[in-house]
Design a protein around this ligand. Structure first.
Ligand code: DGL
Length: 260
């Protein structure tokens, strides 16, 4: 089916999910919205996150998307049930990978780095209760991380200080798994690896979301099977295109400004 897969995030972070989708489904057309003007979502109220998610969904639907990937833990945990109840199109969301972490931990202690909006959501707590009974979950809000990533300061001194501040207490508490509960954070993995001992596993949900997207499209008989012409990938941001373009490998893809 020629319609694109629609993907949205509060900004550039959801491209970590887009990359997994692209790898698994190279024939598909994709359309990505980076709502960077409104980032970070994680500091907003549930109602604001819901309204922004509705705005992004309606724009993707107006562009004829066949499925919508909510490539944002904060938007998924606060808005996906409303979206599913109110729109016909299938939605795929992303939640912190608590279940795989609970299965892998040997110390019984799992750290989770996520936004305030995700950690305070009912959906996150239900998932944790369901899949991590008997496991200690050390929750840490990543305040400030998304804003630094959005301004392209991935390898800055400020970033290092914040990461140390957030990771050190979890290390002292003997975690052996760290769940990245925000789609911006996979871009921090090289830096996080420098700060953590080797035995700590870093877990995120990107690949699982790509697999789920493929399953949903297959079930709905909406996969694009032909590779001719090749899958087109269009990115829109409502701020300057620079950071998004850099994350995608400067000039590799169509990255345009759109007022939304
Ligand atoms: N990428 C979003 C997430 O996964 C970041 C949220 C934010 O903008 O604070 O939660």
């Amino acid at each position: 089916m020629e319609q694109p897969i629609g993907i949205f995030d509060s900004g550039v972070g959801g491209t970590s999910i887009w990359k997994e989708i692209r790898r698994l489904l190279p024939c598909e057309h994709t359309l990505y919205l980076a709502d960077s003007k409104n980032a970070p979502y994680g500091e907003k109220s549930k109602e604001e996150i819901l309204q922004l998610s509705i705005k992004n969904t309606e724009l993707l639907l107006s562009k004829n998307c066949k499925v919508i990937v909510v490539a944002c833990n904060t938007a998924t945990t606060n808005a996906i049930s409303y979206l599913r109840d109110n729109y016909q199109v299938p939605f795929i969301g992303i939640e912190p990978a608590i279940k795989p972490a609970a299965l892998r931990t040997k110390t019984g202690k799992v750290g989770i780095l996520a936004t305030k909006g995700t950690l305070s959501s009912g959906l996150f707590h239900n998932t944790a209760k369901l899949h991590a009974a008997g496991i200690t979950i050390l929750e840490q809000e990543g305040t400030g991380l998304v804003s630094l990533i959005e301004s392209g300061k991935l390898r800055s001194k400020e970033m290092e200080l914040l990461l140390r501040q957030y990771l050190d207490p979890m290390l002292a508490d003997d975690i052996d798994c760290l769940v990245l509960g925000c789609t911006h954070y996979p871009y921090l993995i090289p830096k996080i690896k420098e700060l953590l001992p080797d035995h700590i596993q870093i877990i995120d949900s990107g690949e699982a979301v790509a697999r789920q997207t493929k399953n949903v499209l297959a079930k709905e008989r909406k996969l694009r099977t032909s590779a001719i012409p090749p899958g087109k990938n269009q990115f829109y941001t409502n701020t300057k295109v620079g950071v998004l373009d850099t994350m995608l490998g400067k000039g590799n893809y169509a990255v345009d400004y759109l007022n939304f």
